[in-house]
Design a protein around this ligand. Structure first.
Ligand code: PMP
Length: 358
């Protein structure tokens, strides 16, 4: 009982949560490249910087709470009803709002694992119980096992596609079968943080899936392809009735005026930004081919990172990369995720990888 101790006590279950360890904030040493947080290596476009500067004039006022202009622009760009678009401070915050809006204490959320490390934390914070379903050796989500893990208490299933940190995207046919197997009252969240990097013709089409399935919610972000990680803008796309519920759980005025205008300017510059995405995808192809050519087994990546399943050697490999000038992201005992960035960084990574096998 908290009143028997003489100091405030933090919720005990929070202490048991795995920490969300961010990639190193800044590279070690002047020549280092940061490949640890799946960020966009390109600086913001001048038009985006200009929009941020203009918006700065109004920061004595609260932002538009519902980000009307932005949700309308997102709706128009995707061909969805803007009433179904809910923005937040990064899609990680929006995910928290979705879980808070749909889960009551003790409800179950099916999550793939290993996947985005924020999932178990967000689920626990919402008071729900995470049910983990292992990702296959090939880095692919096992949607058959995930559907089988659904019980009477399941309220939400998280489908990360492409999966962070392993890379593959779910296929259209397997997602279709999965949605037939999952009861219609279960919310299926397609976390499409990396959707702009997908090139596999067999990959599921999130928007088409959303159009055909009222229980599907899409989660997207301006942090990756659009290069606005530092401003924190993400969003959910849901049926308007569900979106209204997610809005109830959202932080009031969460997305700043600067962030709203930067996101709007980014949508206007979409073609230019997506050309950069093409360059990152080309670099991904080079990194994958380079690694496979050396003899590495690497899962297909449809995102802006590749996964090296190094097991117990993950931390040592990451240390070697850091010494060579690239900061990568180790998951101790499991593997190393390398974001795709500058070509020079790929060259260094490939050198370290070749050395490692020698
Ligand atoms: N989903 C996935 C799968 C991610 O990898 C990330 C970022 N690492 C996010 C969501 C959250 O991104 P943000 O909060 O910056 O939108």
């Amino acid at each position: 009982h908290p009143w028997r101790v003489s100091r405030p006590v933090v919720r005990r279950d929070l202490a048991d949560l795995p920490a969300y360890v961010p990639g190193a904030r800044s590279p070690v040493g002047a020549a280092a490249f940061k490949l640890s947080s799946n960020e966009n290596p390109y600086p913001p476009l001048p038009a985006v910087v200009a929009a941020i500067m203009d918006a700065a004039e109004d920061v004595n006022r609260y932002p538009d709470m519902f980000a009307t202009e932005l949700t309308e622009a997102i709706g128009a760009s995707l061909g969805v009803d803007p009433a179904g678009v809910v923005v937040g401070t990064g899609s990680v915050a929006v995910l928290g709002h979705v879980l808070t809006a749909f889960c009551e204490p003790g409800d179950e959320v099916v999550v793939p694992w290993r996947s985005f490390e924020a999932y178990p934390i967000a689920v626990a914070l919402a008071g729900a119980v995470g049910v983990r379903v292992p990702v296959g050796e090939d880095g692919r989500l096992d949607l058959v096992a995930m559907a089988a893990a659904v019980t009477e208490r399941t309220r939400v299933v998280l489908v990360c596609t492409p999966n962070n940190p392993t890379g593959p995207a779910v296929r259209a046919d397997e997602l279709e079968e999965f949605l037939v197997a999952v009861p219609e009252h279960v919310l299926v969240v397609l976390d499409e943080a990396y959707v702009e990097f997908v090139r596999d013709a067999d990959a599921a089409d999130g928007l088409a899936t959303f159009a055909a399935n009222p229980n599907v919610v899409l989660l997207r972000t301006f942090s990756k392809a659009y290069g606005l990680a530092g401003l924190r803008v993400g969003y959910a796309v849901a049926r308007p009735r569900l979106a209204a519920g997610i809005r109830l759980a959202s932080t009031p005025f969460g997305v700043s005026h600067l962030a709203q205008h930067a996101a709007l300017a980014s949508l206007r510059a979409r073609d230019q930004l997506l050309a950069r995405v093409d360059a990152i995808v080309a670099e991904r192809t080079r990194m994958l081919a380079g690694l496979r050519g050396q003899g590495w087994t690497v899962p297909d990546s449809e995102a802006n990172f590749v996964w090296l399943a190094l097991g117990d050697h993950a931390t040592t490999f990451a240390e070697r990369c850091a010494r060579a000038g690239v900061v990568v992201r180790p998951f101790a005992g499991d593997g190393v995720r390398v974001s795709v960035g500058e070509p020079e960084a790929t060259d260094i990574l490939l050198e370290v990888a070749a050395d490692w096998l020698r």
